[in-house]
Design a binder for this molecule. Sequence first.
Ligand code: 2P0
Length: 363
Amino acid sequence: MEERDFEYQGPQVTPGSGSVRWSAPSNIALVKYWGKHGVQLPANPSLSFTLEACATRTELYYYPKKQTGTQPEVEVFLDGLSAPGFVPKVRQFLERARPYMPWLDQFGFRLETSNSFPHSSGIASSASGMAALALCLVELERRFYPQMPEALFRRKASFLARLGSGSAARSIDGGLVLWGEHPSINGSSDLYAIPYPGEVHAVFQEYHDTILLVDEGEKAVSSTVGHGLMHGHPYAASRFAQAGGNLERLQDILAAGDLDGFIEVVESEALSLHAMMLASTPSYILMKPGTLSIIEAIRDFRARTGNPVCFTLDAGANVHVLYPAASAGEVYPFIREVLTAYCKDGHHICDRVGTGARTFGTP
Ligand code: 2P0
């Protein structure tokens, strides 16, 4: 699909009032998105596991706009409390969505949102938050245009989510999700994410992700600054090529259920992401001593026991511990007894690969 396929195709809209609800999950990248151009067009393709427990629930109340003009009319409430700090980001998102949803100009909005994970946990809420909001908007659009094909519904939600935050494009569908064009994968696109279309061995369909909260503070590098560091970065070209190569390698690994190959690629991606920040100007060290201790302990446990457990990292100090569901009986006690000692107050979140965004009932 091309950009113009996301323009509004339905009849003229008469504004009314009501609400729509969607819950969208967080996701963890296996092949990392780090570097972009335009409005969240990725410098390389990325592949992620959709999570299940970490999610954002949003109820979007809409009403006929009270003010005139094109400025979006928005209020945001987080966990029932007014959160004016989020308004500029939501407003910018609505402005970016407007060319594809011209009816937005006729409405005012109140967003009531909550995260299943603690706000201060350092887990990115922009992916799940922007995905939930994008889904609410496409759901509202479906009320005006009920004939919208289901495939367009999901693609448009991913396309819009991307305009809010790149990684949010990957928080609509479940399982393994691919965002960004890759010559060997039909249907891949920089504009939106798709369910990974390749063969996936059963072992990767039930994977666990235990998230170790090493540092629960604000991120030291915002994603905007982080992606910006790749402009003029001495290793940018080779990093983008490496990501494409790793995605290519992962295709065979995922089909074969090759756990050793998976571990090698996933850990290399995590460390390469941090290597970019270590080697940028200015430079950033986002790992904490606890992050490195956890990485060493995971590698030591893997060597001693043969359990196929590995780590990945986001742009922060927290560690995502990945392992097949079948290994949980041995791996989780190790996490609880050894690794959580490096977490603040032992905090961790037990998550797993999930099925994607969904609507929900009474909040
Ligand atoms: C990812 N991250 O692939 C990478 C790996 C963090 C580390 O995408 O500027 O919040 O909103 O497009 O998506 C975090 O950046 O950045 C991110 P924007 P985003 O998940």
